[in-house]
Design a protein around this ligand. Structure first.
Ligand code: DGL
Length: 262
């Protein structure tokens, strides 16, 4: 048995869409979430910059004795997961844009991917597309400005709907039937996206698959916490809007949550 916490981090609040799935799949586990909102967005930063940020966060999470770290950020996964895996003795789980399920399920032969520039330009995305999307048209779109809207709690504002329409309508016109949310902030925009797609396009969010993978790794490595009732969830917020964070967490209705504003 291992009562140490699972570490989770993102460039801000987006990774909470992954964290909530981890908590559902692993209800006995404690977690430590680090929201790097002070350096958000990561999407346009260089790989070196993101590696530096991810390294600093990993060092912090290790001082809190995390037993495993989930990089709940597509952009940080694309830029830094190889470096992290090569330089730390613990296991890292990263995000993968869900091209595979979208391509397998598509009937129109057209799928859309909404993600940051860093994710779409990364090796991981290119390799996944080549491997799984043969014969499928993959329509990619950078979601510039969307992460900032989520950080401000403006998921449903007029401006956000306008941005989303600008990004998604051309993909609708290309007859996509699946849209991959390739950034962990975007599931918080699902309601606004569904307004635009009129629920005719299936949204694919890989968060649950990442939580299941986390559970599998902990099980295989004998690191599960089998003891109920001793779990807690600590959020370190280094500069994000405190009310937005409170609001996001309140909707999740998860017990034993504590916020530390750094
Ligand atoms: N949540 C991050 C991701 O999944 C957002 C990246 C950013 O900060 O631009 O890519």
């Amino acid at each position: 048995m291992n009562t140490k916490p699972i570490g989770v981090f993102d460039s801000g609040f987006g990774g909470i869409s992954v964290w909530r799935e981890i908590v559902k799949e692993l209800p006995n586990e404690s977690t430590i979430y680090y929201a790097d909102s002070n350096n958000c967005p990561y999407g346009q930063k260089s790989q070196d910059e993101i590696i530096k940020l991810a390294t600093a966060i990993t060092d912090f999470l290790l001082t809190k004795s995390c037993k495993i770290i989930v990089v709940a950020c597509n952009t940080a996964t694309a830029a830094a997961i190889d470096f992290l895996r090569n330089n730390y003795p613990i296991k890292f789980i990263g995000m993968e844009p869900a091209v595979k399920p979208a391509a397998l399920l598509s009937k129109t032969g057209n799928i859309g991917i909404l993600a940051t520039k860093g994710t779409l330009e990364g090796r991981l995305f290119k390799e996944t597309s080549q491997k799984y999307a043969g014969g499928i048209n993959v329509h990619v779109q950078v979601g510039e400005g969307l992460v900032e809207k989520v950080e401000l709690g403006e998921e449903a504002s007029m401006e956000t709907i306008c941005l989303l329409t600008k990004y998604i309508q051309p993909m609708i016109d290309k007859n996509i039937d699946h849209l991959v949310l390739g950034c962990t902030h975007y599931p918080f925009l699902s309601d606004s996206i569904e307004k635009i797609t009129k629920r005719k396009i299936k949204l694919i969010d890989p968060a649950n698959a990442v939580a299941i993978q986390t559970k599998r790794l902990l099980t295989e490595n004998n690191m599960l916490n089998s003891e109920r009732n001793h779990f807690n969830h600590t959020f370190y917020n280094n500069g994000g809007n405190k009310d937005v964070l409170l609001n996001i967490l309140a909707k999740e209705k998860i017990a034993n949550v504590e916020i530390v504003n750094l």
